[in-house]
Design a protein around this ligand. Sequence first.
Ligand SMILES: [Zn+2]
Length: 345
Amino acid sequence: MSRGVIHTPAFMPVGTIGTVKAMSTDELKEIGAEILLSNTYHLYLRPGHEIVASLGGLHKFMNWDRPILTDSGGFQVFSLSALRKIEDDGVHFKSHLDGSMHFLGPKEAMEIQSVLGSDIAMVLDDCTPYPATPEYAMDSLFRTIKWAEQCRELQKEGQALFGIVQGSLYENLRKKCIEELVDIGFDGYAVGGLSVGEPKEEMHRLIRFTAPLLPVDRPRYLMGIGDLGDVLVAVDAGFDMFDCVMPTRNARNGTLFTSQGRVSIKREEYKADRGPLDPDCGCYTCRNYSRGYLRHLFMSREILSMRLNTIHNLHFYLNFFRNMRESISEGRFMEFRTRWQEIVS
Ligand SMILES: [Zn+2]
């Protein structure tokens, strides 16, 4: 990839609307982010992909010269838009911002991602809701496969394209989808439609089922799942790429991930605590501020609270992934998994 190397298993901080909330891109580089995820649906609605293009493309627009993966917008259309009508050639939907009507099909999804200039584009998929009957899941799956084929035909040189596996909780449908996508041929393969309300055991079952069916010589991306307990299960199964709003969203809500487990910084017990948030963390926040100060900022709703909390949580996540990669290359992943499974659950 021309914009930089991505070490796997990789975690992609989420910059939904062209910014990882509360972070500058220099800060993201400092904590070691190698790739960001951004969202077609959001940037299309605001400010509009043509505006982003006129300001130099997404990398220039947000001042990030490393790789960017853009989601196609399928998931957001299904999760955010109040009104949507799915047809065979795409989805009519109502903007969650101003109620205006729009249409997103494979052609539109590819066009927008091409104009944004992301390094990795995702196919438009029909994200099957949970629960879904086998009949509904199959209909939805055929749309996903057809759209994937159309997106592949429209792929532009210089932009990688990943296929997305749907099929709800049905193993036969997941398998069928993988076979069809591999036939079409993509630069990478993602599994979508998980963590949409199904029980955790079901999600883990599908993670273990799908990973070994995906081509080993292509990146395998588990979409939207970032609970570290789930990540351990998925990496063990064979997944290479992850994204999730958990570290950033939780940071803004005062929930912090540490080597001793989760910390809710608003708790009274931290009021006069002079220790660092996480004694094992080398991030800017932990090197310079006490738990007592972080609690004070959070209780006072100071902007700096969100900034310092986000720096720590993302640093913690990226460091977790760094240590996990090291454990894999040194052949001690199982030991790493056992140790962390307890802390993060
Ligand atoms: Zn820290």
